[in-house]
Write a protein that binds this ligand. Structure first.
Ligand SMILES: Nc1ncnc2c1ncn2[C@@H]1O[C@H](COP(=O)(O)OP(=O)(O)OP(=O)(O)O)[C@@H](O)[C@H]1O
Ligand SMILES: [Mg+2]
Length: 362
């Protein structure tokens, strides 16, 4: 046992407990067994290690434990290399009293703490940077998709305006063209409004919903009619018991319906059926209107279901189908702002059903 360590133990000043082993392998075994040691005092002359090998092994096995190297008089160069390789300090055997040893250990522990903290900060910074880069990539993707989609109504406006000029002498045609222009402008505005909502909701900010008396059945019917134009190859079945009135934000709830319908057609084969149902009833003693959109498409893998309402998240089975993963996230927030919920039932390969429950307040 080293004389200096002996002295340290004998003095017993302060709460220092010293444990001595005579081989590196034993030291490593102890380090991995018990509660963390504050520091390791490493003799460079142990029988099972050579040169700075011990320092390298220790920093690999216990990277957070500071190491102070004890070297012989003529190992000065090795000791310096040991410090380069991660040891906190070195002391020369026979030239070290317990006071020096105590101080070296204390500084080593402090230096190591600073180093570990710095590494943690660096890691956190790298994680934050990776997250920011991912967010930027996603934003670019979203911007790309939205600007692509926005081109459709704007191009339609241009097209119909041209047709209008060409047919200026036919009154009936003028009306039809003007209606189409109006619809294209409405679609474009709705997309921009959705984008603004998503930007605000995605940043955790609120949006002002505009409550009015709305007939959910009529609104869902409109959404179905529009989706039939976008996906004419699907077979839509609509059912409602008549009118279902409540106090909601009509345009935003229509957008929720449009998102569910767009998903039902996007994630199912052309020619397959989509059922849309509006009904009202009691849930937990409360009057509730329910809009259900059901398809016989891909379904969602069980493991992915909890994620699909998170921003930018998509299931693993989407294949080549384009999407940004914001439709459902935005829809859920809007439904929640109405005090409602969305209930999902899905089976991979069989189909999905999304039910939006909205409290009826008149
Ligand atoms: N009816 C459905 N059938 C199968 N998978 C669905 C269905 N609806 C949603 N999903 C899954 O949930 C994910 C999230 O849907 P969401 O509508 O938020 O995003 P998206 O359709 O990918 O893109 P977008 O933002 O353009 O709507 C989808 O990517 C898809 O994996
Ligand atoms: Mg979608």
């Amino acid at each position: 046992m080293l004389a200096e360590v002996d002295a340290l133990e004998r003095e017993g000043r302060g709460p220092i407990t010293v444990e001595v082993v005579d081989r590196l392998a034993l030291g490593i075994e102890r380090l991995s067994q018990s509660s963390p040691f504050d520091a390791v005092l490493l003799d460079l002359g142990l029988p099972d290690t050579e040169g700075i090998g011990g320092v390298l092994t220790l920093s690999a096995v216990a990277p957070e434990v500071p190491v102070v190297v004890m070297s012989g008089l003529d190992d000065g160069e090795i000791a310096v290399r040991a410090v380069h390789e991660g040891a906190q300090d070195y002391l020369v055997k026979g030239r070290t009293d317990s006071e020096l040893l105590r101080r070296a250990l204390r500084y080593a522990i402090e230096r190591k703490q600073v180093e570990v903290e710095r590494l943690r900060l660096l890691e956190r910074e790298q994680e934050a940077r990776a997250a920011a880069e991912a967010a930027l990539r996603t934003r670019d993707q979203v911007l790309g998709t939205v600007s692509h989609d926005l081109r459709t109504p704007i191009a339609a406006i241009g097209l119909y305006a041209k047709a209008l000029q060409a047919s200026a002498h036919q009154a009936e045609s003028i009306e039809v063209q003007a209606q189409r222009i109006e619809k294209a402008a409405r679609d474009g505005l709705a997309m921009i409004q959705e984008l603004l909502d998503v930007a605000r909701l995605g940043m955790g900010q609120g949006i002002d919903i505009e409550l009015r008396r709305v007939n959910l059945a009529a609104l869902a019917r409109e959404a179905v009619d529009e989706q039939e134009q976008n996906a004419p190859e699907h077979v839509m079945h609509f059912s409602a018991p008549g009118e279902v009135w409540g106090i909601w934000d009509g345009p935003r709830i229509k957008r929720v319906a449009a998102n569910l319908l767009s998903n039902a057609t996007k994630y199912s084969a052309p020619g397959s059926r989509v059922w849309v149902q509006v009904e009202s009833g009691l849930r937990g003693g409360e009057r509730v209107a329910t809009l259900t959109v059901r398809d016989e498409g891909l379904g969602i893998p069980e493991a992915d279901v909890p994620r699909i309402f998170d921003w930018y998240q998509r299931a693993s089975n989407v294949g080549e189908r384009k999407g940004t993963g914001i439709g459902l996230s935005g829809s859920l927030r809007i439904v929640q702002l109405h005090g409602g919920t969305i209930e999902v039932k899905t089976r991979e390969g069989k189909g999905s059903s999304f039910a939006v429950h909205l409290p009826i307040r008149e």
